[in-house]
Design a protein around this ligand. Structure first.
Ligand code: GDP
Length: 391
């Protein structure tokens, strides 16, 4: 019965009077095909746009909850955007990386094809890789290997050393890791993505931009604002959702229980029949136990209704060792399934991809390459290395 429009609704009591609010129902389907179309109740917004919402009525909500009814997407924004598909985005955005890496690839290639390639030069090469946050062990490994290869090849030709360096860098980044995002629904249950990380890393922005990626790729999405410690985060998420036709579930006040918001978001996602629910969480790095309790509770509560398919850890690529420390704490608190490295456009430290994957044994799945709405790209090792080398 997935494709049948089910009418759902909510009755809430508001300040001395009761008023009927509308719960959105999204029909699963591909944008542009008419399957995902509809409109928010009473707005008169045009039907047929991607992921917009169909009005309905329906079940009563428990009156004691501090989670608000879902904000029907597109209602405030009026016009719903259709984001571009995500395929090949890293290639299109590689200029951001190449620009920020001023010198990284160029300096390495200059040294490798230069007049003198002695011990001192190899030390310099290793130093450059370490400075790019690759980590000491991977940098040493890469240099040892490259040194042998250059000797065996007996060449210092720029194109040839570039090919050797490229292959070795790709190997360090590990092309064999499974970087697919698990965002396909399970029958009538949506996929659930939990976004975790320290405040300021770009977590909320990533939730909004991931919604755009998924919607651009033809999915329907609902956002849960379980970062209840900052009202601004919920507002931010609502703005993102409004632009692309993703409903948002948020609390009615700061400090509300994040797990209730997560639970209500997933419940609303099931009722609305969306493909994926993305849940933003608070990024207060208090004690490890506190973090563990909070994220553990959110996950457990979600799992009463659906499976948590992805726990994405958002890290700011400019924070180097500090970012790695954060990664360690989060990985101990929750089972991280993928890393989102943001702000790679603002750093020459692209080596952090290698270091963080080694540290956590988890692949980088997405990278942030700017502040624009579509500057989040699926990570591709070869395209990334090409960008580093300015190919
Ligand atoms: P949160 O506290 O972790 O939720 O962080 P926000 O999502 O509020 O983002 C913090 C800041 O980082 C915002 O100004 C974002 O625009 C910025 N930001 C996020 N991702 C990127 C990125 O990939 N590149 C750049 N340059 N800025 C980013």
């Amino acid at each position: 019965m997935e494709h049948v429009l089910i009418i759902v609704g909510i009755i809430v009591v508001v300040a001395g009077g009761a008023s009927a609010l509308v719960v959105p129902r999204l029909r699963r389907g591909r944008p542009g095909t008419g399957h995902a179309s509809g409109q928010p109740a009473g707005t008169g917004a045009g039907a047929g746009a991607a992921g917009t919402i169909t009005a309905d009525d329906g079940a009563a909500r428990p009156p004691d909850t501090d989670v608000l009814p879902p904000v029907p997407a597109g209602q405030a924004a009026g016009v719903v955007e259709r984001p571009p598909p995500s395929a090949g985005r890293l290639v299109r955005l590689r200029g951001r990386l190449a620009r920020s890496q001023t010198g990284f690839g160029a300096v390495l290639l200059g040294l490798l094809s230069g007049a003198k390639l002695d011990d001192e030069t190899w030390d310099q090469i290793e130093e450059i890789l370490i400075t790019a946050d690759m980590g000491v062990a991977p940098a040493r490994q890469l240099v040892d290997r490259l040194r042998t290869e250059v000797k065996v090849a007996g060449t210092r030709d720029l194109a040839e050393v570039r090919a050797l360096l490229r292959a070795d860098l790709i190997e360090q980044v590990d092309p064999n890791l499974d970087r697919a995002l698990r965002t396909e629904p399970h029958g009538d249950r949506p996929a659930v993505v939990l976004m975790v990380g320290v405040n300021g890393t770009g977590k909320t922005t990533t939730c909004g931009r991931l919604a755009r990626v998924l919607i651009g790729d033809g999915q329907t999405v609902l956002l849960g604002a379980a970062d209840t410690f900052r009202a601004a985060a919920a507002d931010q998420l609502q703005t993102w959702g409004g632009r692309v036709g993703a409903a948002v579930v948020r609390a009615d006040r700061e400090g509300a229980d994040p797990a209730s918001v997560a639970f209500e978001a997933v419940s609303a996602g099931i009722a609305a029949g969306v493909d994926t629910v993305i849940v933003d969480t608070a990024g207060r790095l208090h004690t490890k136990t506190g973090l563990m309790d909070e994220l553990g509770k959110i996950k457990r509560v979600i799992e009463k209704r659906a499976t948590v398919d992805e726990v994405l850890l958002v890290l700011d690529a400019t924070t180097g060792q500090n970012g790695l420390r954060q990664a360690r704490v989060f990985a101990e608190a929750v089972d991280v399934t993928g890393i989102v490295l943001t702000k790679l456009d603002g750093t020459a430290k692209g080596g952090i991809v290698v270091a963080v994957q080694r540290e956590l044994g988890v692949p980088v799945k997405l990278v942030g390459l700017g502040e624009g709405p579509d500057d989040l790209a699926p990570f591709e090792p070869a395209a990334f290395v090409d960008a580093l080398l300015g190919v």
